[in-house]
Write a protein that binds this ligand. Structure first.
Ligand code: MG
Length: 381
């Protein structure tokens, strides 16, 4: 059996995994979690991340983050924290690369629109959809559906889940019902995601011109580091000054997360991953850092995510998703055969709605725009 590197006793150990849904022989040249990561990288959903966006729509510019570059940034941050805490780097990498696989086109606007469309059919949650992608939707292996990932990777992918849906998920859903914790690797990846998007949204926001540096100076930690950069490199300006500032912010968040988590782990003294699951969350920012991150988040909400130009694009994105869904539900004969439910009656309505949601959620931004044109414009084929 291929083993993990030296890890803390409370880390997720490949050899002690709770296993896969369908049992398979252990891999001989890599660990179980490395196999998870490799399967994710080779999946169709992973390649689609390149053309899905977070804040900006894919055609708005080539330099903005996409879900693919975001996932790689999350993996980088998560791995460096994991190594410092002697946690399992391979597992955090797998979770990071898979965490956004279930996202719809057009970021949060697309997700909100699809959730509203699915209101009478069980709703749409992107976290649950990420799990559905790796459990069911990927078609790559002869003997099982999906990627057949380990319990630990699936646990990390399912960050949030409504109580109703948790009840359908067996052991995986249990922690949302009894309010216990996932592995430290899952806790860590969740916060690495936050570090990544807060900082790259500042960068993309500035690059787009929707926010300005003088506005950002009202955010304490940005202003502090910007002044430090100015005094270390007098006369610095433009992109270099922004990059120097943002890398200091990312570093501060990472260092704070490591030292706060080390303290909490030392206080709780977990001896195993079972202890981790039954103890309070141990991966955390300090209170001061948490407040700073919160201030940054509210700045981004107010000045970027709700900027009127972003609103305009989000509104078009929502209409696109809504119109795709509505037309396909009304006319299932327009849905590609793979996503069409054979018998159309009251009983199969739920199933048909779910398949249409799968189809739409799988679309990239540009595919959704094209498909919308093909369905609504007579001159498009
Ligand atoms: Mg993310």
């Amino acid at each position: 059996m291929f083993s993990d590197h030296q890890l803390a006793p409370y880390a997720a150990q490949s050899a002690q995994s709770k296993g896969r849904r369908f049992s398979e022989p252990a891999p001989n040249s890599r660990s179980e979690f490395q196999r998870d990561r490799d399967r994710i990288i080779h999946s169709t959903a992973f390649r689609r991340l390149e053309y899905k966006t977070q804040v900006f729509v894919n055609h708005e510019g080539d330099l903005f983050r996409t879900r693919l570059t975001h996932s790689i940034e999350v993996a980088q941050i998560a791995r460096s924290i994991a190594r410092n805490l002697s946690l399992n780097e391979d597992l955090v990498e797998a979770i990071s690369l898979a965490h956004d696989l279930g996202h719809t086109p057009f970021g949060h606007a697309g997700q909100d629109a699809l959730n509203a469309c699915m209101k009478d059919y069980g709703g749409f949650e992107h976290n649950l959809q990420s799990l559905r992608v790796v459990d069911v939707l990927e078609e790559r292996y002869a003997s099982f559906e999906g990627l057949n990932l380990t319990f630990e990777a699936r646990e990390g992918i399912l960050k949030h889940c409504s109580l109703n849906n948790a009840k359908q998920l067996g052991e995986l859903g249990l922690r949302f019902i009894d309010k216990t914790q996932p592995s430290l690797e899952a806790q860590l990846t969740n916060l690495a995601d936050e570090i990544a998007y807060n900082n790259h949204d500042i960068d993309d926001g500035l690059r787009s011109g929707l926010i300005t540096e003088s506005q950002l100076m009202e955010v304490d930690c940005y202003a502090r580091f910007r002044r430090e950069v100015d005094s270390t490199y007098p006369g610095i300006s433009g992109r270099r000054a922004i990059s120097e500032t943002i890398r200091r912010m990312i570093n501060l968040l990472i260092m704070d997360l490591i030292s706060t988590s080390e303290k909490r782990i030392a206080d709780c003294k977990p001896q195993s991953i079972a202890d981790v699951r039954s103890m309070p969350a141990m991966i955390a920012f300090s209170d001061g850092m948490y407040q700073e991150a919160k201030a940054l988040k509210s700045f981004l909400y107010e000045h970027l995510y709700r900027h009127y130009l972003v609103n305009r694009m989000s509104n078009k994105a929502k209409n696109t998703v809504r119109e795709l869904f509505t037309l396909m539900m009304a006319e299932p004969s327009l849905v590609p055969p793979d996503y069409r439910v054979a018998r159309q009656d009251d009983q199969t309505q739920l199933l048909q709605a779910r398949r249409i949601a799968d189809y739409i959620a799988g679309m990239t931004d540009r595919f959704a725009i094209r498909e919308h044109r093909r369905l609504y414009l007579i001159e498009e084929v």
